[in-house]
Design a protein around this ligand. Structure first.
Ligand code: SF4
Ligand code: SF4
Length: 368
């Protein structure tokens, strides 16, 4: 079941055109580069806005079905009755324009939704889809605690792979538990798909003095390539998903994976030093997945406001960040101070962020 190469194309953060729609022309070019370079794994999801349709147009309609593998996911937080499971699955097949998914995942399993997946027999449903040939391999993506991961793997030994958030910054993080979850998956002999290897872009650019630590060692390698090689150097990794947003990123990732060189000990030590330096910048660890936006009664563009805040915190005060903030609190989108503390966003945040508290910090900086 291993794909040809470890790099997977995450179709979550796709480029947009001036009108705010996903840019089909650019995505098609990115798909062409990816496939021409010998890569095959594409990852979409029912909840990635516009992603399934663009997958159909840029990939499925343009390439022979045998030339690529496609992963999709079932979102538990949209299930309100039993029939929703089959409805969503069929909608995904239709939107993507395919008869089957190579990989189908129960999406973002965590403490707040595992009971829903159990209540609606979602694992059993995917097993049935496998029998019918509509799914080739089943797995789940995971954002919960290590105790829950053990429980899910015990309850469902039928899953063939797990998708985990792994990157060097989260490796020892007490909430994400990358290392512990990785070890549990290995103990259960489950191949691992890595998500967020670059932590939503957080590990792609740093303040100059931190970047210098990487550049002094190897001036030709991008900052993101260190994060990708970190996870590629772990045993048992089946695929590493990178949510690519432009041609430059795809070129860089292809370059990293076509000539993949595992980390040597000296490089591992440099990463440890970089981690230490990064801890001096207490930024909000938002990965821009945007799961929190739809349910917000004030339409607050939470990840965009966090991005402005993180920029100011990391690179210092600048009108750029205030302008960026202002751009994202108009046309009906609330300011940070408009939050009514309903908690809907926090219930779905896979990073377990205290969004309400963070918005208060953001508000102090920008809502003067
Ligand atoms: S807690 Fe605030 S930001 Fe979160 S969904 Fe409610 S109003 Fe929106
Ligand atoms: S706040 Fe959480 S849910 Fe919202 S975009 Fe960031 S990581 Fe995703």
């Amino acid at each position: 079941m291993l794909s040809n190469s470890k790099l997977g194309f995450g179709l979550m953060r796709l480029p947009k055109d001036e009108s705010g729609n996903i840019d089909l022309q650019t995505v098609s070019k990115m798909v062409d580069k990816f496939i021409d370079s010998g890569f095959t794994y594409f990852d979409t999801a029912y909840i990635y806005e516009g992603s399934e349709e663009i997958t159909r147009k840029a990939l499925v309609n343009r390439y022979d079905r045998n030339l690529f593998t496609l992963a999709n996911k079932l979102p538990g937080w949209l299930l309100n009755k039993q029939e929703d499971v089959e409805r969503i699955f069929n909608e995904s097949l239709e939107r993507c324009g395919v008869d089957y998914f190579d990989y189908y995942l129960i999406h973002s399993v965590e403490e707040s939704n595992y009971d829903i997946y159990q209540k609606y027999n979602c694992f059993e449903f995917v097993t049935e889809m496998k029998k019918q040939g509509k799914v080739k391999h089943m797995g789940f993506s995971f954002h919960g605690s290590s105790n829950l991961l053990k429980r899910v793997l015990k309850d469902h030994p039928e899953v063939e792979f797990v998708q985990l958030q792994i990157n060097y910054l989260d490796w020892e993080d007490g909430l994400i538990e990358s290392r512990t979850n990785y070890e549990i998956a290995r103990e259960h002999n489950k191949p691992i798909i890595v998500m967020e290897p670059v932590k939503g872009g957080t590990l792609a650019s740093f303040p100059k003095e931190v970047e210098k630590m990487f550049k002094d060692y190897n001036p030709d390698k991008s900052i993101a390539s260190w994060a990708l090689r970190y996870v590629a150097s772990l045993d048992g990794i089946m695929t590493i998903l990178s949510g690519m947003s432009n041609e430059e990123q795809i070129d860089d990732n292809i370059n990293t994976f076509k000539n993949l060189v595992l980390l040597n000990n000296e490089e591992k030590e440099i990463i440890e030093k970089v981690k230490y330096e990064l801890n001096a910048y207490p930024i909000i660890n938002c990965t821009s997945c945007r799961y929190c936006i739809d349910g917000c009664p004030k339409s607050i563009l939470i990840p965009d406001l966090f991005k402005a805040y993180n920029g100011e915190l990391t690179y210092g005060k600048s009108p750029i960040y205030k302008d960026y903030y202002d751009e994202h609190v108009k046309d009906g989108h609330g300011k940070a101070s408009d939050c009514i503390e309903c908690g809907t966003c926090q219930d779905v945040c896979p990073q377990h962020l205290s969004i309400i508290e963070y918005l208060k910090d953001v508000s102090k900086v920008f809502d003067k």
